[in-house]
Design a protein around this ligand. Sequence first.
Ligand code: NAG
Ligand code: CU
Length: 172
Amino acid sequence: MALFASKNKKMLVSMIAAVAALAVFAPMTASAKQYVVGDENGWTKDFDYTTWTAGKQFFVGDSLVFNYPAGKHNVFKVNGTDFMQCSKPLVGAPLTTGSDEIPLKTTGRKWYICGVSGHCSSGQKLVITVLDGSAAPAPTPTSPSTGAASGSIISAGFAATMVVVGVLGMFM
Ligand SMILES: *[C@@H]1O[C@H](CO)[C@@H](O)[C@H](O)[C@H]1NC(C)=O
Ligand SMILES: [Cu+2]
């Protein structure tokens, strides 16, 4: 604590208090998100889903919704090989309702393509990486509001923060 000049202490404590407040309120905003694939463009060909995923973080518990006119497209969950080759899986039926919700239940890479001939190769393919919601979101440390950190992590962080605030208070 002696590292900090006296005039800086007040500012430091204010910052810590702000972090503590964030830690308290973050769990109220961090909840399962429903991502509409392509937003208002929906699930369609000639759309860049790589750009759509840029900057988004998908966590276990979130879900994807594929919107399209039923009968015009469909949704196959495939592996990385089929994704790259735009080939439909040999087994398994596609989703076809036109409003297909897929819960993201596990971590890792997930690949989806449209099985209508020529659509996948025209860009109707989506790859995402699903992250563990209990881990801190590493790629965007400056925007904690976008992360879905677990309550236990937040509680531990909050407790540690309060200890630091308490210790600093003794030196004020
Ligand atoms: C991907 O799935 C296809 C069937 O759709 C299968 O033939 C292939 O072996 C799988 N590849 C991997 C790497 O699992
Ligand atoms: Cu299609």
